[in-house]
Design a binder for this molecule. Structure first.
Ligand code: HSE
Length: 309
């Protein structure tokens, strides 16, 4: 049975959820990466990649391959794995693309070798795999990708993650412009220090977003989706960002922020019809800046990485 192919899906994630830089993360439905895997005699081989962008099949340079190898080593098994990766998430999109592949690779390796590791135990290897491409060690994409819902990272070393919960009424509009922002670069431009008043403002909003997801409280989330520290520094990486944000707010969004390190922008509402209008207006605003985008109206993925048929 376990020599057959299995298929693992890992969802897109919104790193930071606005003000919670490197701390908050949220899994969303609809978009994600898929890894098909089966046991192989030795080592990790990536035999196929379906992706709109060129991507190395070298398992040492691909987060799915790196994470799978880390799990095999951790379990101390002699066998290997063959992987086929289908990228649903564009690279450099701010949707946790590297993390989704890493989470799916780690999950597949653990499952096929009866590793018995919990999803929580897969977070560290998946995060290490992501570190090789992102240039930073943070779990605000890998943790929600694996666990589903919203997650909070208290500390990376040692890793201390808490799953917070979900907000049922929340509709999320994701708009991914046709621009590549590499997380590595988007981190290099961050300031070395932050004014105390900005620190307090972002800390308060981060704490309240945590409470909102714990209490399933949409209105508290909507009031707290403000980032005065990182967004102003990264906004210029996203052509038309200010106008897209304004278009979403004018269309009735209750909050707008950059997803992860961008360029994906997300807006929130508790009204599905409004969500479709907000989506249209955001896409139009990008077009007015000569930027094509793809978009989706979605909601929280409470399940995280999982086997699919
Ligand atoms: N917390 C990371 C960052 C997420 O903003 O750099 C990257 O998706």
């Amino acid at each position: 049975m376990k020599h057959e192919w299995i298929k693992v899906f890992s969802p897109a994630t919104i790193g930071n959820i606005g003000p919670g830089f490197d701390v908050l993360g949220l899994a969303v439905k609809g978009w994600g990466d898929t890894v098909e895997a089966r046991r192989a005699p030795a080592g990790v081989v990536i035999s196929a990649i379906t992706s709109a962008q060129p991507l190395s099949k070298d398992p040492r340079r691909n987060t799915a391959g790196i994470a799978a190898k880390l799990i095999l080593d951790l379990l101390g098994v002699k066998g290997g794995l063959e992987l086929k990766l289908r990228k649903g998430l564009p690279i450099g999109s701010g949707l946790g693309s590297s993390a989704a592949s890493a989470a799916a690779g780690a999950f597949a390796a653990n499952y096929l070798y009866h590793g018995g590791l919990t999803k929580e135990q897969l977070i560290l290897p998946a995060t290490k795999a992501e570190e090789t491409v992102s240039g930073g060690f943070f779990a605000d994409n890998t943790a929600p990708a694996l666990l589903g819902g919203a997650t909070l990272t208290r500390s990376c070393v040692p890793l201390d993650i808490t799953r917070i919960g979900s907000i049922r009424k929340l509709h999320i509009v994701l708009v991914t412009p046709n621009i590549v922002v590499l997380t590595r670069h988007a981190r290099q431009i961050l300031p070395a220090s932050v004014p105390m008043k900005d620190f307090v403002y972002n800390m308060a909003n981060t704490a309240l977003i945590t409470a909102a997801f714990a209490k399933n409280d949409y209105s508290l989330f909507a009031r707290s989706l403000h980032d005065v520290v990182v967004e102003p520094v990264r906004a210029h990486l996203i052509k038309g960002f200010a106008q897209v944000k304004e278009a979403a707010l004018q269309a009735g969004a209750d909050g707008v922020a950059i997803s992860g390190s961008g360029p994906t922008v997300f807006a929130i509402t508790d009204n599905i019809r409004k969500a479709r209008f907000i989506e249209q207006q955001m896409v139009m605003a990008f077009i007015e800046h000569g930027v094509k985008s793809r978009s989706i109206v979605t909601s929280v993925d409470a399940e995280g990485t999982r086997l699919i048929d």
